[in-house]
Design a binder for this molecule. Sequence first.
Ligand code: SAM
Length: 315
Amino acid sequence: MHDVADLIDTSFLTDVLMGLSGRQKSIPCRWFYDDRGSELFEDITRLAEYYPTRTETGIIQDNIQAIAGFAGSEIALLEYGAGAGIKTELLLEKMDGNCLYVPIDIAGDFLNQTVDRIRAKFPALRVRPITSDFTIDFDIPDDVPTERRVGFFPGSTIGNLSASEARTFLGRMRRHVGRSGAAIIGVDLKKDIGTIIAAYDDSLGVTAAFNLNLLTRINRELGGNFRPDLFEHRASWNETDGAVEMHLVSRVEQSVTLADHRFQFEAGETIHTESSRKYDPQSFAALADGADWVVDRTWMDADRKFAIFGLRPKS
Ligand SMILES: C[S@@+](CC[C@H](N)C(=O)[O-])C[C@H]1O[C@@H](n2cnc3c(N)ncnc32)[C@H](O)[C@@H]1O
């Protein structure tokens, strides 16, 4: 019997080998988050150019009573892709002592650090972490009460999923919370492209370091021989997908070896590492509708940069 960590290691190798074998080389963005990647992401959230975290935090602060009221009392809060759970603390402060916090993340070690911090800060709160990949089917353990489960998916992490992956994910969340449940989802909205690109290509190079760390992780965990100094970070707008894309661009013609496979790169050839789709309230409502959800509440900042949607089951 394999444990979760073994399964995650196996799928990392499979994903990288398959992704590098495609015509457009790619690696799924879930592999950004080793310990260093998770720390770098937290650094990104504090950058001047990275408006999503600041804006989403402001929306939560400005509407905390309404958001906590929508969530309800005595709930099990299921947070998908919890990361450091910084914004979650705002919500947890408003919850009564009978709540259960269920943070879910693929990055198990980083998740454990988050859980330690949350437990120290909220000694009365029950915390039930789950290390899992939310893009695959998984069950919420039976010891999580079913009366009122609320899915929480902040950070516009939903933008990292393709339209069909996002629909599947929302359907999974709908199944996890059941008919009596709800969901609270943070979504980055369409806006001028310069503002979006700057958020993914900051002047201090933190996002570049985050992107390049993926190659360092592959070398360390999978025995690859990438030379990160021979790749550079690029962020660009894909109009068709309505998404900002991150790529790693090979500076030179080169070959890389990994697990007995050799991958050839032309100078200028890229590895697509992340797409971050931007929605508007209408397109998000249509997406939710396709997964048996209704948008019940919408909270936005004054500039309509970011939205938090409160969803209830359609049936
Ligand atoms: C963009 S960060 C958002 C972190 C935090 N929720 C926030 O709002 O700042 C994405 C988080 O989701 C986790 N994650 C990414 N892909 C995942 C997957 N497929 N399954 C589970 N967790 C994932 C990462 O480890 C990371 O903590």
